[in-house]
Design a protein around this ligand. Structure first.
Ligand code: ADP
Ligand code: MG
Length: 318
């Protein structure tokens, strides 16, 4: 459905997107996940024909976004990060205006506006000024305009940013419904959000594709980076013997060893860190070895980013 090949975007000397390649298949909900400044909006703006690329090629259903922009753009409905809503218009006026700009007219325009309003559940606010609507409803109007022209792909840039928890749940539900008959790509910097909505996740970090997988696999990756650090009064060999007997520990590293004090960092795939801390405590106590310090840290998305992009030297951002 969409192929992105070797996409690179530079702003002056700064490389915002670097050699990004991926394929999007029809009929799924995809998530672009990455911290602020990762290059999500830049990539989306280029994919939707709103921004030029420095290098690379993008095809939407076979149409090249740079060479055949009209055909390619017709396949896509886009809600940018800052939706271009006109505050002193009503949703009805605004959607009619956008529909006309997309080449709709007459009965077809009327039907599609009604349909988009129905899908996004804004029928009852169609004649209120957009300026009087809540952020959640404004976002619905933005999604409704993306639906006009019946595009097969809907691209939503941070669709839940700035919404309250109830609005977030409603917009997620709406996105899920759209995913039943569209290909949907949304961006977010929140892992739990893409986990909740998306079937496939592209992790973008510093303009590069760091991972492309199902959320459950990313979860495993994340769990594998849960870590516990401790210092024990024992020799390295003694520590290794004890660690080898604890099955939930997948990986460990001796950080320092001095004066019979060994500092260790261990990794585990278990979600229950407390069990492992307790296991370590009693395992060493059994051998009459005292743990003098211990701390546990649950991996977060940042850790996965770091793990996935380790060894890459890029200009630091923010
Ligand atoms: P994201 O949407 O993932 O937060 P963006 O695509 O907006 O990231 O930005 C990627 C990087 O490019 C950021 O470091 C940002 O500061 C930079 N950037 C974005 N737009 C411009 C621009 N018009 N000029 C210069 N730098 C930009
Ligand atoms: Mg952005």
């Amino acid at each position: 459905m969409i192929t992105v090949e070797h996409l690179t975007k530079c702003y002056g000397d700064f490389v915002a997107v670097s050699d990004l390649s991926f394929k999007i298949d029809e009929g799924h909900v995809y998530g672009f996940l990455g911290p602020n400044g990762a290059g999500k909006s830049t990539t989306m703006n280029i994919m939707t024909g709103c921004l030029s690329a420095t290098e690379g090629r993008i095809r939407i259903n076979g149409y090249d976004i740079f060479e055949e922009p009209e055909q390619a753009k017709r396949m896509i409905g886009y809600l940018p990060e800052q939706p271009p809503l006109y505050m002193n218009e009503t949703p009805a006026e605004y959607l009619r205006f956008v529909g006309e700009a997309k080449g709709l007219k007459g009965l077809q325009l009327k039907r599609q506006v009604e349909e988009a309003a129905g899908q996004t559940k804004i029928e009852h606010v169609m004649d209120r000024l957009i300026s009087t609507l809540s952020k959640g409803y404004r976002q619905r109007v933005g999604i409704a305009q993306a639906l006009l022209g019946n595009p097969r792909v809907i691209i939503l840039d941070e669709p839940t940013a700035g919404l309250d928890p109830i609005q977030i749940i409603e917009i997620r539900e709406l996105i899920r419904q759209l995913g039943e008959n569209h290909t949907v790509i949304l961006s977010s910097h929140i892992l739990s959000e893409v986990q909740a909505i998306c079937e496939k996740v592209l992790i973008i970090s510093k303009g590069k594709l760091a991972a492309f997988d199902k959320p459950e696999n990313l979860e495993k990756l994340l769990l594998a980076s849960n870590g516990i650090s401790f210092t024990v009064e024992a020799l390295k060999e003694e520590v290794e013997e004890v660690l080898g007997s604890i099955s939930l520990i997948t990986d460990w590293e001796v950080k320092t060893q001095e004066n019979e004090l060994t500092a260790v960092s261990v990794k585990t795939q278990s979600e229950n860190m407390r069990d492992i801390c307790r296991g370590l405590f009693f395992a060493f106590a059994d051998k009459n070895k005292a743990i003098l310090e211990m701390s546990s840290k649950k991996a977060n998305l940042e850790d996965v980013f770091i793990e996935l992009t380790e060894g890459e030297s890029e200009v630091d951002e923010e």
